[in-house]
Design a protein around this ligand. Structure first.
Ligand code: ZN
Ligand code: ZN
Length: 273
């Protein structure tokens, strides 16, 4: 598959009201995707199991697949491929609950996310206010490596999400200070054939940087990492494909010329960018 005019036509990380933190319907998200030139979208709703997580016990796979079938019926004839996805929180800790659901339903792509470092949320300002960066950012990358080493999912999502709040509290975020902790994460992804994601959410936040940071994306490529996807992490229609020109520029600058397409948990095709 080739992309016209150097655009990125896939958005592999989006949410809708199956996620506890989104009000959008799949129909609204699909409509927006078509308007933005997207031809492949994955709905990757939150399946979070940390007992203190806001979304704990919210995920409803049966309702998800029902709504997905309805959206496919309307939008696939219009040229939009809709992938069945899910965003798993802390699979290395909660696989006993999550794996049976993965076995039961026909997912195309599974995102692995880390939103909790031990029992601290990466979105909680107090976690950062009371600790030095080594105990927050450092601990995050160590646990992210554990998650990637555990494996069992297809794409590591927003692989430095910690910087959203870290930047706000510490006033800076420099990925080069964490290179020794990021490389083991990438090595585990490469060993387990896990793709990484360019997630553009950070570009609409004060940190003003996609996930991962451009230098880290370059390290992944230099280490032999090939598998890459792009996602907006949109929770509302106007964020679909957000800043994808920047994502493409970043991917090309790091040495990538293609992205992965997933179907039924397999990487089925490369997409030139
Ligand atoms: Zn997430
Ligand atoms: Zn997400």
């Amino acid at each position: 598959m080739t992309t016209p005019n150097g655009r990125i036509p896939q958005d592999m990380h989006t949410h809708n009201r199956i996620s506890c933190d989104s009000q959008a319907t799949m129909e609204e998200m699909c409509q927006s995707a078509l308007e933005r030139g997207i031809t492949e979208i994955a709905f990757t709703d939150h399946f979070d199991c940390h007992p203190d997580d806001y979304c704990h016990h919210f995920y409803r796979p049966a309702a998800y697949f029902e709504q997905l079938a309805a959206a496919r019926h309307v939008f696939e004839p219009q040229g939009l491929t809709i992938r069945a996805g899910v965003e798993l929180g802390e699979f290395h800790r909660f696989h006993d609950v999550q794996q049976p659901v993965l076995d039961q339903y026909p997912y195309d792509v599974i995102l692995g996310s880390l939103h909790w470092v031990g029992d601290r949320s990466v979105f909680d300002d107090d976690f950062f206010k009371n600790a030095p960066p080594q105990d927050t950012i450092g601990a995050y990358f160590r646990e992210l490596a554990e998650l990637a080493q555990y494996g069992g999912f297809d794409v590591l999502s927003h692989p430095d999400v910690i910087k959203r709040v870290a930047y706000r509290v510490y006033g800076e975020f420099d990925i080069t200070a964490w290179e020794d902790l990021v490389r083991p994460v990438w090595q585990a992804c490469i060993d387990n054939q896990i793709a990484i994601e360019i997630n553009t959410t950070g570009l609409r936040l004060p940190v003003q940087q996609a996930h991962p940071a451009p230098d880290a994306l370059r390290w992944y490529r230099e280490m032999g990492g090939e598998r890459l996807t792009v996602g907006s992490d949109a929770h509302r229609p106007d964020h679909i494909a957000y800043e994808f020109e920047t994502a493409r520029t970043m991917a090309r600058a790091a040495g990538f010329t293609r992205l992965c397409r997933f179907e039924r948990r397999k990487m089925v095709e490369w997409m030139d960018i």
